[in-house]
Design a protein around this ligand. Structure first.
Ligand SMILES: CCCC(=O)SCCNC(=O)CCNC(=O)[C@H](O)C(C)(C)COP(=O)(O)OP(=O)(O)OC[C@H]1O[C@@H](n2cnc3c(N)ncnc32)[C@H](O)[C@@H]1OP(=O)(O)O
Length: 302
């Protein structure tokens, strides 16, 4: 059974969360909401162009009877209203609809109404890739642009927390770079080596961190052996930590478009989980993200 299916069973044992959706007037968003409603894993507060929401809902046979709808044309204001719905306790999860990522994240980081906790907020995507024997997490493909060493520590911790919540007790974290040796001209390799040593010394707990590793050595035992990388974790990564947003975003989209991987993604580290997918992602990706966020919100670990 796939990891997303296992999560659904777990979510149903807890209190069903309400999700505030910013700029919900989008076909793929509403298709995901319809599926989540039918699975009974979430209720919704939709903020967006009400006429468009009603029109799309009718087209896809989504009943709005038990769904709260707030009319708001402007995506910036819709984002702020959705964030407020979470910060005032009306909703337990925030979801991005048809709005650019930076706009909703600015509302999330707003000092007055936002969802800051003092921790780093970061994006964690969970992929099921045919041919890879385990679910794989990728971080950070969407929020932190060029994290420094201290930010990478917190990004790793956020991803490790998600790994624990889906039942990976001691995840293997691969710090991705272009090469396996430390090269002082490539900051990613320097940070990776430091993080690996910090893990060895117990400064980062709950995971084994290894790096620098190129992608092939992180996910293929054969490739690692071929390059003479003799350790117990090379080729067996559960979490891929990318050096910057460009690498993460390209990896995310390569897995979806070339490898046809199934994906769900959340922003974690905030007061509530945030469903954040690309506007072009399918309704399946949005549904999987709702599932991942609902599991985080209900605190029912697998
Ligand atoms: C993969 C599928 C989905 C996608 O394709 S997404 C597409 C790509 N993603 C994006 O375009 C978003 C990339 N990130 C950004 O644009 C920006 O970093 C972001 C999140 C909007 C924040 O930008 P700004 O509002 O300009 O923020 P800033 O750097 O001036 O900081 C303002 C205050 O917020 C804080 N902050 C920024 N990032 C944070 C984080 N990750 N966790 C916690 N706090 C954070 C920052 O410390 C600052 O705080 P303070 O005001 O000094 O107290």
């Amino acid at each position: 059974m796939g990891s997303f299916q296992v999560m659904i069973d777990k979510i149903k044992k807890g209190k069903i969360p309400k999700i505030a959706v910013a700029a919900a007037d989008d076909l793929e968003v509403l298709r995901a909401i319809k599926a989540a409603t039918e699975m009974n894993i979430a209720t919704f507060h939709l903020i967006g162009n009400e006429d468009n929401i009603k029109k799309i809902a009718e087209e896809i046979n989504l009943s709005l009877n038990n769904i709260e709808v707030s009319n708001e044309f402007d995506p910036i204001i819709a984002s702020r209203k959705a964030v407020e719905s979470v910060s005032n306790g009306n909703s337990q999860i925030l979801m991005k609809g048809l709005v650019p990522t930076a706009i909703i994240l600015k509302a999330v980081l707003d000092k007055e109404i936002g969802l800051r906790t003092g921790r780093i907020l970061s994006h964690v995507a969970l992929f099921e890739v045919d041919g890879y024997d385990r679910p794989i997490l990728v971080t950070d493909a969407a929020m932190n642009i060029a994290p420094d060493l201290e930010q990478k520590v917190q990004i790793i911790q956020n991803a490790v927390d998600i790994a624990h919540s889906i039942g990976i007790d001691l995840p293997i974290v691969a710090m991705l770079a272009a090469v396996e040796m430390v090269n002082s001209n490539m900051q990613a390799t320097v940070d990776a080596a430091l993080l690996s040593k910090m893990s060895e010394r117990g400064q980062i707990k709950g995971a084994i961190i290894e790096g620098p590793l190129a992608l092939d050595n992180a996910i293929s035992i054969e490739a690692a052996r071929h390059k003479g990388i003799e350790n117990q974790v090379a080729g067996l990564a559960d979490i891929l930590v990318v050096p910057n947003i460009e690498v993460g975003n390209v990896l995310y989209k390569s897995l979806v478009y070339f490898a046809k991987a199934r994906v769900g993604a959340v922003i974690t580290g905030a007061k509530a989980p945030i469903v954040l997918t690309s506007r072009a992602d399918s309704h399946e990706a949005k549904l999987n993200s709702i599932i991942l966020a609902a599991l985080s919100a209900c605190g029912n670990n697998i």
